[in-house]
Design a protein around this ligand. Sequence first.
Ligand SMILES: *Cc1c(COP(=O)(O)O)cnc(C)c1O
Length: 375
Amino acid sequence: MTTEIQMVDLKGQYQKIKQEVNAGIQEVIESTTFIKGGKVTDFQHHLENYLGVKHVIPVGNGTDALQIALMALGLKPGDEVLTPTFTFIATAEVVALLGLTPVLVDVDFGTFNISIEALKKAITPKTKAIIPVHLFGQHADMDAILEIARAHNLFVIEDACQSIGAIYTFADGTKGQSGCMGHIGCTSFFPSKNLGCYGDGGAIFTNDDALAVKMRAVANHGMEVRYYHDYVGVNSRLDSIQAAVLDVKLKYLDSYIQKRQQVATAYDQAFSRYDQLIIPGRNPSSTHVFHQYTLKLKELDRVALQKHLQAKGIPSMVYYPVPLHMQKAYLNDRYRKGDFPVAEQLSACVLSLPIHTEMDEEQIQYITNNLIAFL
Ligand SMILES: *Cc1c(COP(=O)(O)O)cnc(C)c1O
C-alpha cells in the first residue's frame, strides 16, 4: 500500500487544496474578523447558490442546526416529533432536550431510511413534525413524506447531515436538493462529513422568509435588534476560519461526491455476486452521495470479519450498533427491545467500509480482495 487505509483521508485531501485553504485562513487571521463578517457571508451566499435555496443560516454544528430548527417552530412540551430509530443520536436528542416527545419509527431494510408504512402508523393527534434522516447520503422517500406532512399539517425538518449535494427526483420529474425540500433542512460540517470543515460547523436551509428570520434570531441569543431579545435563544455560529475552509471545499463538493460514487460502484461490482454480502439498496428517486458505504452481512461473524480486516490494516465501522429505542440514556421507559425489528436487525449486521475522496484503485482492490478472502 502506498498510503495507510483510513475510513476518511482528510490529510490526503488537504494536500491537494493546501494553498487555497491556507490563503483563506491567513486572510481571516489578517482581517481579525473571526466571528461573522466577510468569509461567513461569502460562504453563505455561495452555498445558497449551490443549493438554489433562499436562505442558508450558518450555525455552530449540525446538532445545533436541528435544535434551532425545532425551537423556531413554536412547539409545546408533549408535542410529538417523528424520527427514525436507526440514526445518529443527535436527531432525537434535540427533540428530547427541548421537552418534546421523540416518537421513533422503524426503517426500511434496503435503504436504511424511515419506513413510510411505519411512519403513517406512528402519527397521532399530537404529532407536529417529522425529521427524516437521509442516512448514509441517500434520500428518504420525500414524495411520500411531504404528502403525509401536507395531509396532517406537519412540519418537515430534513436531517441532511450526511447527504449534502444529493439530488432527489420527485414523481412529477422536478428535482430537489438535499435539505431544501421540507420546511427546514439541517446539515453538519463536521470534518468527516462530505462537506467538512476543520473543526465544528453546521447550517440550516429554508425557503421560508419568516422562519429564516426567526432561526437567525434564535441562533443569536434570540435577538434581531442588538440587545433586544424577542425569544429565548442560543449562541451558535460558524466561525470565519471554518467558513474560509468550507468556501474552498464547496468548489470541489461535486468532484468529491463523484469520487465517493466511483468507490461505491467498484465495491458494488466486487461484492454483489456474494450471497453473504448485501450491497447498499438504492432509492431510485435519489442520487447517493455515499457518506458511508454500508454492507449488510448475511450469516457472517461481524466481529471476526472486522478482526480479519484490521489485521490487514483495513478499518471498518458499525454505524450504528444500537438503535435509539435501545439507548440507555432515554426513551427506554417508552420502548423495548423488539419494538423495531428492522432497525435491530440492521444494527446487528451492518458494516461500513472506508470511503473517501482520496481512495485509489489499488486500495479498493486490496480492501475487496481481503474482504472476499474471508467469505
Ligand atoms: C453528524 C450528524 C449530526 C450532528 O452533526 P454535528 O455537527 O456533529 O453536531 C446529526 N445527524 C446526523 C444524521 C449526523 O450524521
